[in-house]
Design a protein around this ligand. Structure first.
Ligand code: 6PG
Length: 242
């Protein structure tokens, strides 16, 4: 079986495996007296993980070493039901002792183009740099039913190779504007993991993992960290056709 596939019985088991990975990485950083810089995705899948981190792992994770960024954000206020920051606050941030100074939201309520520039500047000043690019320790990605990841959609594959580190994107169905980090920045991370659960992802995941015809149309198929394949944390439902 592909060593980059980590398959668990339930969404809860899958989320717990990712929580354990985050805990291990954080402990490793503590030994180096360095922060753990994580970029989080939004949507619904991470909620289980966030709730675990805010409950079972609230005392074991060294939160004062954790710095949180976002992979993408919907261009809505943080109080909006679709805000990734808002979802993260409700499921994680309000319940863990992380300092506000270590949380770097994308401001969905401001002008998208200006915010893309502001957030890019924030990443450049707040993250360590290598080869001239800001470097996350870990990027946590989800995948949509259409194979998008971050807010890089199939109709805008150019964002995978954009010179911009942060760009304005548009959801192809809702036309909702998004702010997203681009493929160049994702691939520059030390580690990239996908957390994907549910049967609705199984067909696309099969095409991506097995490089079936047309797999290139899915943005998630292009993602790898530092030319190292991304690791996929999957429940049985999402992995059901592999
Ligand atoms: C977002 C996410 C996006 C998400 C996928 C999967 O802003 O929506 O960053 O990339 O990971 O759309 O979403 P679900 O977890 O809701 O299936």
């Amino acid at each position: 079986m592909n060593p980059n596939l980590h398959i668990y019985n339930t969404p809860e088991d899958t989320a717990r495996a990712v929580a354990e990975l985050i805990l291990a990485k954080a402990k490793g950083k503590v030994k180096q007296s360095l922060p753990l810089n994580i970029a989080l995705s939004g949507g619904s899948t991470p909620k289980l993980l966030f709730n675990l981190l805010a409950s079972e792992y609230v005392d074991s994770i060294p939160w004062h070493f954790v710095r949180l960024f976002w992979v993408d954000e919907r261009c809505v206020p943080p109080t909006h039901a679709e805000s990734n920051y808002g979802m993260t606050y409700e499921n994680l941030l309000k319940s863990v002792p992380i300092h506000d100074a270590n949380v770097f939201p994308i401001q969905g309520e401001t002008d998208p183009e200006k915010e893309a520039q502001r957030y890019q500047n924030t990443l450049r000043t707040q993250l360590p740099s290598s080869n001239g690019l800001p470097k996350f320790d870990l990027v946590l990605l989800g995948m949509g039913d259409d194979g998008h990841t971050a807010s890089i959609f199939p109709n805008k594959l150019s964002l995978l190779h954009s010179d911009q580190l942060v760009a304005v994107s548009v959801h192809p169905v809702s036309n909702q504007k998004r702010i997203t980090i681009t493929g160049q920045l994702i691939d520059h991370a030390d580690e990239v993991i996908f957390l994907i659960t549910g049967a609705s992802k199984a067909n696309v995941l099969k095409q991506i993992i097995h490089r079936e015809p047309n797999f290139e149309k899915y943005p998630a198929s292009y993602i790898h960290a530092q030319s190292v394949p991304a690791h996929f944390f999957l429940d049985q439902a999402a992995a059901g056709k592999l």
